[in-house]
Design a protein around this ligand. Structure first.
Ligand SMILES: C[S@@+](CC[C@H](N)C(=O)[O-])C[C@H]1O[C@@H](n2cnc3c(N)ncnc32)[C@H](O)[C@@H]1O
Length: 201
């Protein structure tokens, strides 16, 4: 599957079938990384796709939730499914963020950074729009706190599929970019689960 050229329909049904049970655990990963409740937080998701995490942020009583995606079709799916709820949706490129400085407590992104064509530019902008002491959690995969039973189901499913066309990204490169820009970084990762770059400004 070529996610980049997907019109949203395939990803949404894949997420419905295999990733749905994982999203609450991605929220848990975020809470663990920030070491605080998301209640009252201003959260931006980069590459929100059809909105499965937006739904989680709203349920966690974030004060403001913004979903940004390059794809209008993905955003329509987030809106029409009802998952985006009260979240604000913005069609834009993660490399060109339309926000003023220090707008968000948290920037979250899962499964999208692999497609950004100027990661360094995006990372500078993420730092700029985060409030002082804000946190970014950027990565991909199925979560570090997700119960193994869900991970096994996903792995089993992919074993029967043609190889994915998701571009590879070495997380040490992502971390090196963040380190160059400033703040405190940590890579959280586990085999067959994926990784997060935790970046505290
Ligand atoms: C694999 S999907 C992941 C969707 C969602 N984060 C999830 O986990 O359910 C990747 C998403 O990133 C979006 N995307 C790719 N490049 C982007 C960019 N440069 N800026 C913003 N969004 C982008 C795609 O349109 C797609 O919705």
């Amino acid at each position: 599957m070529d996610w980049k050229n997907d019109n949203g329909e395939h990803f949404e049904s894949h997420a419905e079938d295999f990733l749905r049970p994982v999203y609450p655990w991605l929220l848990r990963d975020l809470e663990n990384a920030t070491e605080r409740s998301l209640r009252g937080m201003k959260i931006l998701e980069l590459g929100c796709g059809p909105g499965f995490m937006l739904e989680q942020f709203l349920a966690a009583h974030a004060k403001k939730v913004v979903g940004l995606d390059l794809s209008h079709k993905m955003l329509l799916r987030a809106r029409n499914s009802g998952r985006a709820g009260a979240a604000q949706l913005i069609q834009a490129d993660a490399c060109n963020l339309p926000f003023i400085a220090e707008s968000f407590d948290i920037v979250f992104s899962r499964g999208s950074v692999f497609f950004w064509n100027d990661i360094e530019r995006a990372m500078h902008q993420i730092k700029n729009i985060l409030k002082p002491s804000g946190t970014a959690l950027i990565g991909g995969g199925y979560g570090l706190s997700t119960p193994q039973v869900y991970i096994d189901a996903i792995i089993q499913h992919y074993a029967l599929q043609p190889k994915s066309k998701i571009p590879r990204l070495d997380f040490t490169i992502l971390q090196a970019i963040a380190n160059k820009i400033g703040g405190k970084t940590e890579i959280l990762q586990a085999k067959k689960r994926g990784f997060w770059l935790k970046w505290q400004i």
